[in-house]
Design a protein around this ligand. Sequence first.
Ligand code: NAP
Length: 277
Amino acid sequence: MILDGRKIRQEKFEELKKEIELLKNKPSIAVIQVGNNSTSNIYIRSKEKAAKELGCKFKHIKFEEDVLEEEILTTIDKLNNDKNIDGILIQMPIPNHLNTGVIQNRVISTKDIDGLTDINAGLLFHNKDSFIPCTPKGIMEMLKYYDIDVTGKHVVIVGRSTLVGKPLSTIMLNNNATVTICHSYTSNLKDITTKADILVVAVGKKNIIDASMIKSSAVVIDVGINREDSLLCGDVNFESVKVKCSYITPVPGGVGQMTVLSLYQNLFKAYKLNNKQ
Ligand code: NAP
């Protein structure tokens, strides 16, 4: 069975749109981009389109490739203090001369809708209310939508990035799954992936997982986005795996849709936090 991210996003967007329609001041997101990375341009356009669809305000701040770190930090400070901005997002990647950790952590935790500050990562680690990174949040929402319970399941996550693999492993643990994390130094990957009840693949390499690497009836979540001749594909060999697994996410139309949904759910949460008083 296909886990249909597009359908979930559509339904949840409709709900969110109705709530936003009732608001006098609309939720507002600021996206900071450094340089002119073509993939970032595509992602930012799709985020802007989603903001319009929901009736949110969208501010795109673009810096030259050689911008000084101080200039970005000053801008983040202003956005942190701006009552008309609810969520701040730093579009990755940023050039090497900039310190990603310093820049991400300058965002005030209550506007950190990407959930990437140390404060939100710490809160998540301690299973406290926090902004959860969008992709892991979206994966959990997708599993919930299809009534796939992770309790007691063996979840194998291939990839340990701070964006996907690591936070997802924490969320899975918080939800009582048994978790194994694999990475580029893992030996005998196949021995581990074939034991997964739920296999999440977030590597960025086409076909790194094929049917021989999964257990029959496993749930397969493909996070990877790979571009080939302007076509998108995931990390999993979809055609061979789909006949062996119980559930699988397509690429496109799977996790990516959930990531955008999570971003705007996080923005709405930030809006409510910032408009409390
Ligand atoms: P990343 O930071 O590059 O991390 C990739 C991970 O894969 C690393 O932990 C790396 O191990 C591991 N890895 C590399 N080669 C491996 C191998 N042969 N066997 C096992 N593990 C291996 O990437 P990311 O940001 O997590 O993104 C991963 C993919 O997901 C990319 O294609 C990205 O475009 C996509 N993505 C999609 C969404 C979405 O919404 N659908 C969101 C975010 C990312 P080491 O740590 O040892 O290097």
